[in-house]
Design a protein around this ligand. Sequence first.
Ligand SMILES: NC(=O)c1ccc[n+]([C@@H]2O[C@H](COP(=O)([O-])OP(=O)(O)OC[C@H]3O[C@@H](n4cnc5c(N)ncnc54)[C@H](OP(=O)(O)O)[C@@H]3O)[C@@H](O)[C@H]2O)c1
Length: 324
Amino acid sequence: MENRQMLAAQVAAPDPDHPDRALAVGPCPTPADRPGHTRVALRASALNMHDVWMLRGLAPSPSSGPRVLGSDGAGLTDDGREVIVYPVALGAGPEHVTPLGTLLSDLGAGLLAEEAVVRSEHLVTKPAHLSWAEAAALPTSWLTAYRMLFTQGRLDAGSTLLVQGAGGGVATAALALGRAVGATVMVTSRSAEKRERALALGADHVVATGERLPALADVVIDAVGPATFEHSIAATAVGGRVVTCGSATGFVAPLNLARLFAREITVHGSTMGTFEEFTALVGLVDRYRLRPEVDSTLPLERLDEQVRRMVEGDAFGKLCVALG
Ligand SMILES: NC(=O)c1ccc[n+]([C@@H]2O[C@H](COP(=O)([O-])OP(=O)(O)OC[C@H]3O[C@@H](n4cnc5c(N)ncnc54)[C@H](OP(=O)(O)O)[C@@H]3O)[C@@H](O)[C@H]2O)c1
């Protein structure tokens, strides 16, 4: 097994300005068998901002050994089971980070590769209605959105939800999940075309980024950061929850304290999700026949194009990679 080669995407030398140039797609040894682990022949993977950060050198990659990128993947086990891989490397992170904050790619054992050896108990059966690319689109963005909405935001059918940034991986997931449970969903975007697409996906209201909304929100999903955070607080109803998981536009956002205390708003940080949340998410996707938005799917050899598309911010939904 150990002498076989596979195609994989690795971090070559991080480049803060040109993450696509930091990418090396080429042959590397297949991962070795490990007790308690299962080999998965991956059929699709998906790109996340975390991979771009690793390519920029903002999220450290392992200093030695394989540096395979990617934490999202779906594929086949040796006995023919169609599976989706849980993207969190539980228990592998340093103590000062949340236990959910370490992804498979942080260990260099990522899924932008033809094969992976993953913990057997971290495989979930792929819902039959999903294509391989749709299945690979689920783990990181959809799990993050699930925990933000239901665990942190306590969203229910009677809630009004605001999702900042229609086109993002987390945002498209939040829209679909919010609709599935019967919430009223408002979506913002910089792009008129993306606002139209959000409407077609079932958003009740769409407005341009930062514009006035038809109602205040009980739950706000903000993965955008400084460009939208002030608007998120302004758009929250009394007792509402603003949930942030990331910062597509930077890390330091202004905060109107008067609004925060006068309306008794709670701001939650959220990272990925537990394995129990992952199985609940996949169950919900199966039950409601939800289909993740896939912007495009390219072969692994063209991953640099997906990296540039993510950096440019033009995508609507997940940037996927076909494997095998
Ligand atoms: N903590 C976690 O566990 C976790 C998990 C997943 C992701 N994240 C983080 O969440 C963030 C988003 O991830 P993603 O995968 O959804 O990224 P993505 O697919 O690249 O989406 C980027 C989002 O940002 C919006 N946006 C970008 N520039 C903007 C600007 N100047 N003004 C307003 N909106 C802007 C886009 O909205 P429009 O183009 O529609 O306007 C889109 O919703 C990243 O920082 C990522 O690292 C964190």
